[in-house]
Design a protein around this ligand. Structure first.
Ligand code: XIL
Length: 372
């Protein structure tokens, strides 16, 4: 070895060792940076899965999903209208496929959702008698929760039972079964699925009034001696308007009830919207300015999105242990429901991966929090 090469070799060895000790990825490895690995010791990282992804028909998604995520929620296929289309007919095909796909890939499934006023089958919406509705409610929970007990990790037992002011939503469940239907749903799920975590899930339940209603609801379940393990804050937020203070206060208050706190449907809306939240029945009219970025998001907004995601994950990391899961509502921008809601046919950019499954600046800003 000559005198010029030796110091160079020494320098490279030192740089490699420094990278290893600072926890940085070995740059010679081709292993992609993965959210689930980077946040392994902090919380689970989930995604919503659509039908194509569950059926492994989408080759790029089939590579990315197991690489990035260790938890998953079916975007639609466990909702009542699909899994229980008629009174006596349950359709388990896709739910079974999801369970086996996730088992194969070491992904924990969060069942979504047993009781929700939306995406109900026609027969359930048409039931007139209270007695028959009660039978539908109990049978639905018992049948599905027991079939998947121990196969899914958790259930969103009840979704979106609250109004924005914290009062109970006047849903078909409330009208037919009264105020206690949430407690009864958890009681039935607890008996049918003793090995499954049970959660309440809603949007805007980080906002003070709705949060207060949510806390009252949780306390009611707990004081009836019924098990509830966690609360999901959906997290459909808006660019530049992430309610960080309310989110922090919510983590503290929900965790004080002994519950796990999860962010269950995270995405950040970057397009014009005249309301907040995620009431799927709410719509907006198409106007000349409602789809401003059909050919790509301007860099300034891309950076803003990266900053918003970084602030959010910084907060989640501050409360790791209390925050147990962060689930994105979709794998990539092209597959997000926000391309079709509340206006059809828009080009939206709410997630960490772009339409080609490539990581966006927002992905890098989230990862960078762990590389400092
Ligand atoms: C959405 C799905 O993403 C869409 O594909 C479907 O058309 C409507 O529902 N809150 C929830 C989710 O709890 O189930 C909703 O998912 C989004 C809002």
């Amino acid at each position: 070895m000559n005198l010029i090469k030796f110091p160079l070799l020494l320098l490279s060895i030192c740089m490699l060792m420094a990278a290893c000790f600072s926890g940085k990825k070995n740059t010679t490895s081709n292993e992609p940076v993965s959210l689930k690995n980077v946040f392994k010791k902090d919380f689970g990282i989930g995604t919503a899965l659509n039908t194509e992804q569950i059926q492994e028909k989408d080759p790029k998604a089939a590579v990315l999903i197991p690489q990035q995520f260790n938890m998953a929620t079916p975007e639609n296929i466990m909702k009542a209208e699909i899994i229980h289309p008629q009174w006596d007919n349950y359709n388990y095909e896709l739910a079974d496929k999801m369970v086996s796909y996730c088992e194969k890939n070491n992904i924990k499934v969060n069942g979504h959702t047993l009781i929700w006023h939306s995406q109900l089958p026609l027969f359930a919406r048409r039931i007139q008698s209270v007695d028959s509705f009660k039978t539908f409610f109990t049978d639905h929970i018992k049948t599905i929760a027991s079939r998947y007990d121990g196969k899914v990790y958790s259930w969103d037992v009840v979704n979106e039972a609250l109004n924005e002011d914290g009062t109970m939503r006047k849903s078909v469940f409330l009208q037919k079964l009264g105020d206690d239907f949430v407690t009864e749903a958890f009681r039935t799920a607890q008996a049918a699925a003793p090995n499954t975590q049970l959660y309440y899930n809603d949007y805007n339940n980080e906002q003070p009034a709705k949060r207060a209603g949510c806390i009252a609801l949780i306390k009611k379940i707990q004081s009836a001696g019924v098990r509830i393990d966690g609360v999901g804050i959906q997290g459909h937020w808006h660019l530049g308007r992430i309610p960080l203070k309310d989110i922090e206060e919510s983590i503290i208050q929900y965790a004080a009830l002994g519950l796990q706190v999860m962010f269950t449907e995270l995405d950040i809306e970057v397009l014009p919207r005249n309301f907040q939240g995620a009431d799927v029945s709410q719509r907006m009219n198409t106007t000349a300015s409602s789809n401003p970025y059909p050919n790509g998001l301007p860099d300034s907004l891309q950076q803003k999105l990266a900053d918003d995601y970084a602030s959010l994950f910084k907060l989640f990391l501050k409360y790791k242990g209390k925050v147990t899961r962060v689930t994105f509502w979709g794998v990539n921008d092209g597959q997000s429901w926000l391309n079709g809601w509340p206006i059809r046919g828009r080009t939206n950019y709410p997630l960490l991966f772009d339409r080609n499954f490539l990581p966006k600046p927002a992905f890098n800003s989230v990862i960078a929090l762990k590389r400092k």
